[in-house]
Every structure is written in structure tokens, then in C-alpha cells.
Ligand binder design. Structure first.
Ligand code: G3D
Ligand code: MG
Length: 194
């Protein structure tokens, strides 16, 4: 019986490190999304963040060892000095807004977050999360153009603003969270190795 030994010719996994900033208005779910991604649990009673916080997280994606530093802010982003420190060295960004109808202004404020990112980091990959998708009729926003945050409008907005991708997410159910973060990480990796 012959056996091939190809299985021992594995490639040593590449190691890489990224800082990712997660931005968006207060209470859209930034901290919950980071928690969901890094621990896969939704904690209702998370310890609220003061100033900036970051989580360090390691994982292997497609054979690549990735060390992630996920940063988010707790409402004091108006201080320019803090902002500079917060954004410094970011490889990529996630902008979060809330799909909840009463939080529609969080969608209108994306422009502000985009300009902060551009100012501090230039052009880096950006993914847009429409969070709290569990609170809306997703069939309606996916199929009908009648809502401000209908997929068709948000996707157009994303395209017009050089945002790489838009996903509906929920930190509560986990919908889109894994996919969203990993889409960004893959984008960063391919960008770095091009
Ligand atoms: P922030 O870090 O952007 O400020 P948080 O936001 O993660 O602190 O979340 C703000 C509130 O929204 C929290 O509620 C949290 O439980 C809730 N939340 C976050 N993500 C989701 C989601 O996907 N779906 C739903 N239904 N709620 C979400 P509380 O009541 O603790 O203030
Ligand atoms: Mg927070």
C-alpha cells in the first residue's frame, strides 16, 4: 500500500497583526459586537467602557495566525487629541449604525465617522454594519426600497463612499458578526500581501 507524504509538507502559518477601530454613535452596539465576536456571547450586563477600550484577540483564518486589536470608544470622541490616539495605526475600520427605526440618526451620522477615519488614517478598508437587525423586519428592508435603511439605499451609500461592504448584523443573535469581522480581516490580509 503506497502512501503519499504530502501531508507533511505543510506551510508554516503566516502571522499578522491588525488594529481595527469600531466606530459609530453611542449605543449602536459597538461594544456588544466586539464581545460577540471575541467571546461569542452576548452580555447584557457588560461593564460599560470609559474613554477607549480595546480587546486583544487571536485566531487563525485560512491558515493565517491573526492577532487583532479591536478598539472602541465610549462617547468622548469629540476630543481631537483622544481621537488621534484612538485611530493611530489602524489597519481597518468598522462603522456601526443601528437599524432600529428610532435610531435612524445613527445612519445619518455615518458621514461624520467616515471623515474622522479619512482624516486620521487616509484610505483604509471599511466595513459597514447595520446592527440590531433583530429589531426590524429584515424581509422588508431587503426587498423593498421604501425605507431609509433599505438594503438598496445603504448599499448605494456604501458604494458611493468607498466602503468595502455592508452587512446587517445583530450582536444579540450573532447574525452577520463573524462574517463581517472576517470579511474585513481577509481584506486586510490580501491588501498587505498584494
Ligand atoms: P455602544 O458600545 O455602541 O455604545 P453597546 O453600544 O454595545 O453598549 O449597546 C447599547 C445597547 O444596545 C445595549 O442595551 C445593548 O444590549 C443593545 N444592543 C447592542 N447590540 C444589539 C443588537 O444587535 N440587538 C439588540 N436588540 N440590542 C443590541 P442596554 O439596554 O444594555 O443599554
Ligand atoms: Mg461601548
Amino acid at each position: 500500500m503506497s502512501e503519499t507524504h504530502n501531508d507533511i509538507l505543510f506551510e508554516i502559518p503566516h502571522y499578522t497583526q491588525y488594529k481595527i477601530v469600531v466606530v459609530g454613535d453611542a449605543a449602536v452596539g459597538k461594544t456588544s459586537l466586539i464581545k460577540r465576536y471575541t467571546t461569542n456571547t452576548f452580555q447584557k450586563d457588560y461593564i460599560s467602557t470609559l474613554g477607549m477600550q480595546f480587546s486583544r484577540y487571536e485566531e487563525t483564518i485560512s491558515g493565517i495566525m491573526v492577532e487583532l486589536f479591536l478598539w472602541d470608544l465610549a462617547g468622548q470622541e469629540s476630543f481631537a487629541t483622544l481621537r488621534e490616539r484612538f485611530y493611530k495605526g489602524s489597519s481597518g475600520a468598522i462603522i456601526v449604525f443601528s437599524l432600529a427605526p428610532e435610531e435612524i440618526e445613527t445612519y445619518r451620522n455615518i458621514d461624520k465617522w467616515l471623515s474622522h477615519i479619512k482624516e486620521a488614517c487616509g484610505r483604509i478598508p471599511i466595513i459597514l454594519f447595520g446592527n440590531k437587525a433583530d429589531l426590524v423586519d429584515q424581509n422588508a428592508i431587503a426587498s423593498s426600497p421604501d425605507y431609509v435603511t433599505s438594503d438598496v439605499h445603504v448599499q448605494k451609500f456604501a458604494q458611493d463612499h468607498n466602503i468595502n461592504e455592508y452587512l446587517r448584523t445583530s450582536a444579540l443573535t450573532g447574525q452577520g458578526v463573524q462574517e463581517g469581522f472576517q470579511t474585513l480581516i481577509r481584506k486586510l490580509y490580501h491588501r498587505a500581501t498584494r
